[in-house]
Design a protein around this ligand. Structure first.
Ligand code: MSP
Length: 644
């Protein structure tokens, strides 16, 4: 038997820093549809996804959660795998960058590039935020300060390793100009423009990031997350081959047919990744495809804005197939698209409940009613004019789907399938089987009509299989079709005859748009939790009264517990011109050690008073969160600065 042709497709590996939202699932749903389509066409498919688990961000999240980075990612990765199970994502392998199979190979990749002379030791210079232990580039800073915590940063240098990316600039230009490596074309121009500005060598290790793969020749450094992450596409297949381990999959599936990635990471995939492979003397992936983003009200979906859409809520309500259909049908590959509940519900109603759901239930009901539930065989003698048109449309769809799927035009592929669904619905209205049924002499014609409808549905069940495989199975069960669908089944009409139909549940119930919108909104509110109760504003005060307060910046130089009161901490604060003792009731919120070095706000002219025997000259300002925790009000300025 001839070997099957292979096909390798990948999604980006996701950061397990948080739960994934609908934007992330968009890419995986597209990759899944292509993988299923290729399998249906008879390819030997490898579909890879996974998680990108190292780096500063994860390190920080774990610290905030009070767990180790490994514990932190293990928990989120379990959730991601659960999500893909719920969404029936048919991946063949799931790679985690913390797995030994990956770690060892990334170190091997580093050494191969190093031994080739493509990696050298140097110094990395950037802006360093000490409390966050993070380096930032000039462009990452926000108003010249740390983009994470907003505190001042300072110039700092550390030892690092660099990849001679510049060496590959000409070859990369050739690759990008030379054809179909990167799509869509607009991204090619963007990348060429980027290279044109001068491609600098790339810093590929960090001393300051601890949560990463150690550089094999220098354990003080960890490998830069992108070098680590991009390698997943080959390490999962067994490259580089390790002693006693197989690289059979690498030989079989590499180079990848498609790396599917979001627009903002196209640069890493079309510049750094091919350059790494060039350095490793390995073949390059055939295509990198950059897709657009799902937006909310034209803007980014983000937890801090509070507008993330949870796919699981939608699946619970509408089912996996309806959600997948919507994502693939509504948006145009390569472009950004706006997500709204209303567009989604309307699309589900029109295309799924009205068009497809109706066609299935009408057809099966009529076969039950008019022919004892048996699909009639084809009867050329009873052919009518409208039959030819229906057949022609049905037999033309697969070619359109193939052409569109080659270009990742899921929306057009589905639209093409729906021309058949709609034509079949119209065919029912034109042939009016309920009228034919009244005349016993028209029984042959009635049967031919029922046959053509069942055939159309059979074709649709195969055509939609890559996009909505459960619906495909349900349709086939209702039509009494046995066996797995094959793509070739879409090349023939007149395959059915004699099958027994069984009416099933409604495939897609009709949705009440207004009610759904209201309930989705209520669910979102419930998920957000109770609203914060803000303290009411106090009465207005005159400027003169405010001006009487002397507010200053100070730095805590010493902190200790009050010898006679458990709740109090005694602070020595540097006020610029003098040092003062101030006492605050925050022992339950801060340890003395945590306080030293903090910049704080002080009411400097509050009359001194004694607190359990010790004098307090002024007051430190705190904010109180919803759980009653106190936090220092902490300005960046130098001690002694006046606030007002
Ligand atoms: N870990 C890197 C990828 C490494 S691949 C070697 C990463 N992870 S990510 O979790 O931040 O993003 C993963 C993918 O999700 C990206 O391709 C990104 O474009 C995509 N999306 C994130 N939000 C999205 C939308 N709102 N809409 C569509 N895709 C979005 O980057």
């Amino acid at each position: 038997m001839a070997e099957k042709k292979t096909f390798y497709i990948t999604t980006p590996i996701y950061y397990p820093s948080d739960k994934l939202h609908i934007g992330h699932t968009y890419c995986t749903v597209m990759a899944d549809a292509v993988a299923r389509f290729k399998r249906l066409q008879g390819y030997d498919v490898m579909f890879l996804t996974g998680t990108d688990e190292h780096g500063q961000k994860i390190e920080k999240r774990a610290a905030e959660a009070g767990v180790t980075p490994q514990q932190y990612v293990d928990n989120i990765v379990d959730g991601i795998k659960e999500l893909w199970k719920t969404m029936e994502i048919s991946y063949d392998d799931f790679i985690r960058t913390t797995e030994t199979r990956h770690v060892k190979r990334v170190q091997d990749i580093f050494m191969r590039m190093f031994n080739k002379g493509d990696i050298y030791k140097g110094a990395y210079e950037g802006w360093y935020c000490t409390p966050c232990e993070s380096f930032w580039t000039e462009s990452q800073l926000k108003d010249g300060k740390c983009p994470d915590c907003g505190r001042p940063v300072e110039k700092a240098k550390e030892t690092a390793y660099f990849f001679r990316l510049s060496k590959y600039a000409d070859k990369l230009v050739e690759l990008l100009k030379g054809g179909e490596f990167l799509q869509p074309q607009t991204r090619v121009n963007e990348m060429l423009g980027f290279i044109d500005q001068g491609l600098e060598d790339l810093c590929i290790s960090r001393e300051s990031v601890k949560w990463g793969i150690p550089v094999p020749i220098d354990e003080s450094n960890t490998i830069y997350v992108w070098l680590d992450a991009l390698s997943n596409y080959v390490t999962a297949l067994g490259f580089p081959q390790l002693d006693g381990e197989s690289d059979e999959k690498y030989k079989k599936y590499w180079p990848a047919d498609f790396h599917l990635v979001g627009k903002e990471i196209v640069r890493f995939h079309s510049i750094i990744w091919p350059a790494m492979l060039m350095s490793l003397d390995q073949p390059l992936p055939k295509h990198v495809l950059g897709h657009g983003w799902l937006l909310i009200d034209g803007g980014k979906m983000s937890k801090s804005v509070g507008n993330v859409v949870d796919p699981v809520v939608l699946i619970d309500r509408y089912g996996v197939d309806a959600l997948k259909y919507f994502l693939l049908r509504e948006y145009t590959f390569g472009m950004d698209g706006n997500f709204t509940n209303e567009v989604m519900i309307k699309r589900m109603n029109f295309d799924l409940a009205n068009d497809l759901g109706n066609l299935v239930s009408r057809t099966v009901t009529m076969i039950e009613k008019y022919n004892g539930g048996i699909i009639p065989a084809e009867n050329a003698a009873a052919h009518g004019d409208t039959d030819e048109e229906l057949r022609e449309i049905a037999l033309g769809v697969y070619k359109n789907v193939e052409a569109h799927m080659d270009k990742f035009e899921f929306n057009y592929a589905l639209e093409s399938i729906w021309t058949l669904v709609r034509r079949a619905n119209k065919y029912i209205d034109e042939t009016a089987p309920w009228v034919l049924a009244k005349d016993p002499e028209k029984k042959d014609r009635l049967n031919e009509v029922l046959h053509n409808l069942a055939e159309s549905l059979r074709m649709v069940s195969v055509l939609i299989q890559p996009f909505m495989h459960t619906t495909s199975e349900k349709m086939r069960a209702q039509l009494g079709i046995e066996g797995e669908p094959k793509w070739e089944d879409t090349h023939v009409f007149d395959a059915l005859g004699g099958e027994k139909v069984t009416r099933g549940e409604v495939l897609f119930p009709r949705l009440d748009v207004a009610k759904e919108l209201e309930e989705l909104e209520a669910l979102k509110k419930a998920a957000e939790g109770p609203k914060i109760e803000y303290a009411p504003f106090k009465e207005n005060t005159e400027f003169d009264t405010f001006e009487k307060l002397d507010l200053r910046v100070a730095v805590i130089t010493k902190a200790e517990k009050h010898p006679k009161a458990d709740k109090l901490l005694v602070f020595q604060v540097d006020m610029g011109s003098e040092t003062r003792q101030i006492i605050s009731g925050v022992a339950a919120h801060y340890t003395p050690e945590e306080c030293v070095g903090k910049h704080v706000m002080v009411v400097a002219n509050l009359a001194p008073r004694k607190l359990r025997g010790l004098e307090s000259a002024g007051m430190l300002l705190f904010s109180e969160d919803t759980e009653g925790h106190l936090h220092f009000v902490s300005p960046d300025d130098q001690p002694g600065m006046v606030i007002g």
